[in-house]
Design a protein around this ligand. Structure first.
Ligand code: FAD
Length: 355
């Protein structure tokens, strides 16, 4: 028999979004463990940050917002993001004594018993009245299907497997994808490897700085998609790309002269739409992620349009479920805000008079 525990609220995931929700649940009076618990599949604190590539420094990231109730971290530019951010999260969890249990992987969430939900994990079940889902996207890397992908005998990897440019020294690398990761990785690879950049659509470059007004407009666009139940776009896809100081040399060297997508991969490279073959040693798919929400499938939250429709952070098809770090809240600032909104919504359900 599987063991079963109860908590009013189960938060799934201890990245920025899950920790923000946990902070606000605690602040609004829910007791650790019997009131709420955070289940996290990683063995260590840090959410997806602990898995970012080794060469990603704090200078390269776009800014990590302070977790609620604390000061922003002040790492030096040279610090590795996959160490500095997890250390900050670990301190936060410890100093607030948040009830984070790990490694605990949620396999699925099902309806019942009664009005409750059952969270099935690899170490037993939790029965809860509400769920805050904060599982991010890192576990669902997306690689589009292109003809010939199975024939290519070189290395194919997604950004989740990239760990710095050194291993590509002297190679010919085809980088695919039009997001910020591709831009950053191309600059890193350029001194070591011969790079080619392919994207489906021409990249949209921003000239000026990205102000708060632009941020709000970009988030509003993604929010509208999610409200309609469409699959969420990344916020970057609507903000445009910017070159930073560390990318200027690569730009001057022509690294960002992008090509439209190849027609197919071959055993030793790619064929371009005009029929020209080109040899590559590796194809790096910087093609993004999808929300990591397969464990919610038994609840049938998905719309025929392909996404989970949300009203704020609340699933339209099941108001017991809050989604944070999803769509418009998939940034550290957005995750903070969503955690606060989700905690308020949950408390309103649990104690209608108190909220
Ligand atoms: P995550 O940090 O991914 O945390 C999710 C947690 O859920 C993980 O710990 C995972 O183990 C857990 N989990 C997943 N599935 C399960 C399961 N089934 N059971 C139990 N636990 C589970 N945003 C910024 O604001 N600034 C930046 O500079 C920035 N840089 C980025 C760089 C890269 C390369 C990428 C990919 C993203 C970047 N982002 C940045 C986006 C930002 O990282 C995220 O929006 C935010 O940190 C994600 O937080 P999260 O809590 O939603 O998810």
């Amino acid at each position: 028999m599987e063991s079963s525990r109860t908590a009013d609220v189960v938060v799934i995931g201890a990245g920025q979004a899950g920790l923000s929700a946990a902070y606000h649940l605690r602040r609004r009076g829910l007791e650790p463990y019997e009131g709420f618990v955070v289940l996290d599949a990683n063995a260590h604190p840090g959410g997806a940050w602990q898995h970012r590539w080794r060469s990603l420094t704090m200078r390269d990231v776009h800014g990590v917002a302070a977790l609620p109730g604390t000061d922003a971290p002040h790492p030096s530019d040279a610090d590795r993001a996959n160490r500095a951010v997890p250390a900050y999260f670990a301190d936060y969890e410890r100093s607030l004594a948040l009830p984070v249990l790990r490694p605990v992987r949620v396999g699925r969430v099902t309806d019942g018993p009664g009005a409750a939900l059952t969270v099935h994990t690899d170490v037993g079940n939790w029965v809860a009245r509400a769920i805050v889902n904060a599982t991010g996207t890192w576990g669902q890397p997306f690689v589009p299907h292109y003809p010939g992908a199975d024939e290519f005998r070189g290395r194919q990897l997604h950004t989740v497997e990239y760990d710095g440019p050194g291993e590509f020294a002297g190679q010919r690398v085809l980088v695919v994808g039009g997001g910020a990761s591709a831009v950053q990785i191309l600059a890193e690879l350029a001194p070591y490897a011969e790079t080619t950049w392919a994207t489906r659509r021409p990249p949209v470059w921003r000239d000026g700085p990205f102000g708060p007004e632009d941020g709000r407009a970009a988030v509003a666009l993604v929010e509208e998609r999610v409200r309609q139940g469409l699959p969420p776009q990344s916020v970057v896809s609507v903000t445009g790309l910017m070159l930073r100081e560390q990318e200027k040399d690569a730009a001057a060297a022509g690294v960002y002269e992008r090509l439209p997508m190849f027609a197919r991969l071959t055993t030793d490279g790619a064929v371009w739409p005009d029929g020209r073959p080109e040899r590559f040693d590796a194809v790096l798919w910087a093609t993004g992620f999808r929300p990591d929400v397969a464990h919610l499938a038994p609840l049938h939250l998905r719309e025929p349009t392909g996404g989970i429709a949300l009203d704020g952070t609340e699933a339209v098809r099941d108001p017991r479920i809050q989604l944070v770090g999803y769509g418009p809240s998939a940034s550290t600032i957005g995750a903070n805000r969503a955690g606060r909104v989700a905690a308020r919504n949950v408390l309103r359900r649990l104690e209608p008079a108190a909220a």
